[in-house]
Design a protein around this ligand. Structure first.
Ligand code: ZN
Length: 436
């Protein structure tokens, strides 16, 4: 969202980002770039004295970081020894659902904060490709947060996030029509012909993730006739299998925003790769908790297909603030769904969907439900979520040849989760990060 008073500031950030971006961002295109500045050799570190998380508990280990990778073998040259002095060491945290680095302004504000919080991996779940282009080349690598973007969002012409976008323009005293937002903030698709007409442009934006909005899909036709739901609907569920087919054809993964339990079933059956929310972050008007209880058969199907589910339980705080009496059914439904998803072996990932918050809020919210043992929760927050976001990378575990990335916290997070809010030292891809 562009705020009028900040337009000049934002323009200067965009300009600075454009100037700082190496001209050749595309991988494998280095030959076209400027002459390389002489680089400092990457230091070889000996990291010892800590209690390291092995996926189920903490135990003493020591590692060398050589060329950005972990090894147990002592290298010929050790440049520095890091003594962790008994601190608890984990792979860095990962946030699988947020919207806080989707334009140059918020990315500039948040990127450093991610690292300071020990969160090295992030999924930005609704980012227009043109907004991300100026700065995405500045993210990633040893000194910066790694982000994956859902840089194509598909919704109905009267679908989410249209109402939200119109409301934010109005709140800022700006005029905008629905047509300013359609095919701009999201791709507006009501029919197979609409999808066809836009597909070339969607594919040209080379999305890593394509996010599809599904909201009470079982009542799609009836909901479109309700004026109070204008701008708050999702796509026709009948379109989903074709979107999945086309998305997979261009190497994108399909993330589906679901609302009800039936949406979850539809998305899994259509072949979605990632479900962006657990049903039940709100109980909508005219619905009860039962509408958000995922059927056992849908859970079994998600397990069979390897569909990943992002929890986003922390985001229920917005619905609970509006209607405090909804807290009990929302939290009970979460506990019931997560207990059965976990028992069935469905792949869970943690993401908060809280702007200004983080995956640590999500870890705390899931922990309070009492359905996932703490060591397993820490494994999901570090290993499972990070690998879901960057499946091609060796991250999320301390093992030979893995990326040398870690956070050392003050206290034992398996006993006291607040230790996760006290990151004392962080190494990313073999480089020690300093506080800024
Ligand atoms: Zn979201």
């Amino acid at each position: 969202m562009v705020i009028p008073g900040m337009a000049r500031f934002l323009a200067s950030i965009l300009l600075a980002a454009a100037l700082l971006s190496p001209p050749a961002i595309a991988a494998g295109d280095h030959a076209a770039g400027p002459p390389q500045a002489p680089a400092l050799p990457s230091p070889s570190l000996h990291i010892r004295g800590g209690l390291w998380f092995d996926g189920s508990g903490f135990r003493p280990m020591e590692w060398y970081a050589v060329g950005g990778k972990l090894t147990a073998a002592r290298p010929a040259r050790v440049d520095a020894v890091i003594d962790l002095a008994g601190r608890h060491v984990l792979p860095p945290l990962a946030e699988a659902h947020n919207h806080d680095m989707q334009n140059a302004f918020t990315a500039r504000m948040m990127a450093g904060r991610y690292l300071a919080r020990g969160i090295f991996y992030s999924a930005q779940m609704a980012a227009a490709a043109k907004d991300v282009a100026p700065f995405r080349g500045l993210l990633g690598g040893p000194g910066a947060v790694d982000a994956v973007f859902a840089n194509a969002v598909i919704s109905a012409s009267d679908g989410h996030p249209l109402a939200m976008a119109l409301e934010s323009y109005e709140a800022e005293g700006m005029k905008a029509s629905a047509d300013d937002i359609r095919d701009n903030a999201f791709w507006s698709v009501d029919t197979p012909a609409d999808l066809d007409a836009r597909w070339e442009r969607i594919a040209a934006s080379r999305p890593s993730l394509i996010k599809v909005i599904l909201i009470d899909g079982a009542n799609y036709a009836a909901n479109r006739r309700k004026p109070e739901l204008f701008g708050r609907n999702g796509i026709d569920p009948a379109l989903l299998p074709e979107i999945v087919r086309r998305g997979h054809g261009i190497g994108a993964r399909i993330v589906v925003h679901v609302d009800t339990a039936e949406d979850f079933r539809i998305a899994v059956a259509a072949g979605a790769d990632i479900i962006a929310h657990l049903p039940g972050y709100r109980i909508a008007a005219g619905k009860t908790a039962a509408d958000y209880r995922i059927a056992d058969a849908a859970i079994a199907e998600a397990a069979r297909r390897g569909t990943a589910v992002v929890t986003t339980t922390a985001a229920s705080r917005y619905a609970i603030e509006r209607r405090p009496e909804s807290a009990k059914p929302i939290l009970e439904t979460y506990a019931d769904n997560i207990r059965r998803l976990r028992a069935a072996g469905v792949r869970l990932a943690l993401g908060s969907d809280v702007f200004g918050g983080s995956v640590v809020d999500e870890i705390e919210t899931v922990d309070r439900l009492g359905v996932i043992p703490r060591p397993e929760l820490l494994r999901i927050a570090t290993a499972d979520t990070a690998r879901l976001l960057f499946p091609e990378r060796r991250i999320g575990a301390f093992e030979e040849g893995a990326e040398a990335s870690l956070i050392a916290v003050d206290g034992d997070p398996a006993r006291d989760l607040s230790a996760l809010r006290r990151v004392m030292l962080a190494v990313k891809q073999g480089e020690l990060l300093s506080g800024r």
